[in-house]
Design a protein around this ligand. Sequence first.
Ligand code: PLP
Length: 377
Amino acid sequence: MKKRILLSPPNMAGTEINYIKEAFETNWIAPVGPHINAFEEEFSSYLKIQDTAMTNSGTAAIHLALQLLNIQEGDIVLCQSFTFVATVNPVLYQKATPVFIDSEEDTWNMSPLALEDALVELKKQNKLPKAIIVVHLYGQSAKMDEIMKLANDYNIPVIEDAAEALGSEYKGRKLGTIGQYGIFSFNGNKIITTSGGGALVSNDSESIKKARYLGSQAKMPKPYYYHKDIGYNYQISNLLAGIGRGQLKVLEKRVLEKQSIYHKYEKHLDNHPDVTLMPEFAETKSNRWLTTLLVEGVEPLSIVKKLEESNIEARLLWKPLHTQPLFKNAPFYKHPLTNDNSVAEMLFNKGLCLPSGTDMSDEEMEYVVKKLIHALG
Ligand SMILES: Cc1ncc(COP(=O)(O)O)c(C=O)c1O
């Protein structure tokens, strides 16, 4: 196959260009403008949440959430270890201390049992965390009832990193709307994209107003430039918000397409003894952002390399953050019900992501499956 088959390339609906044209015609080529306001309203209405602040990345949205929670130097933030580094970098921007929580096999996300162990232990040490960042990886929901119960019992706010989970649900509620704050990413590889961008959402409209203020250099409402807080340049551009408006219109269609890709892989790989696809936890709906699987008896990296030889992009799963040099001194709470070193490490050692582009043809999919089965031996 000559054309490279990518993991999750952008897929434009075609209408995005009309919004860009409108921005050109009205000269709203700026980090403010009508597309931003409209995108914020349309996004809030899709999620059934009070308010959204659009940002220039998901990472910026996490950073703003930490600012709103007043996370400061030395504060402890409980973070999922099995995730992309962008979830936790903003904790470091604040000079706060990440403490890592393992995943569980059911969801691959934060283990409520390990979370409880951490809370009991930290309470004993009089070092209760100031926030919990839970991640919904690859579109799969974490066990939100259990996590929210613990968070409420200990009175700790929850940030949901739903960067990969736009359109996914937990018991009928959209992911990202259950904790105090939710964040999303519109990076080029996400289910819908603005090339780069993000969103911070909450039912607390006052705090979203504050996030807009902090994210636009914290300018006080005066006739001259006057500042009392540290501000950031985290606004999305009106042009990119236009792309987002066009993309949002096809989000539900993209979710169905991603799910269909997953089901096709499932059908093709159903009887393979060495393959287990990522589970979908009961009463949740995954957007299946990427189809991911665990393999037995063969190194995932060797599969990634073999697929690469056929011009197919596959990737390993996230390398757990508690095993990264950047976080070498950070504490880690392991899932108690595992015989492995940790569930996060087991997932990294066995897992990979397959091409899951919503414009992938059946022919391309069959080609990937053929090469994958060959690589599996
Ligand atoms: C789990 C997770 N969190 C955060 C981010 C950060 O989003 P962004 O790239 O828009 O800053 C990403 C994606 O890149 C992600 O996958």
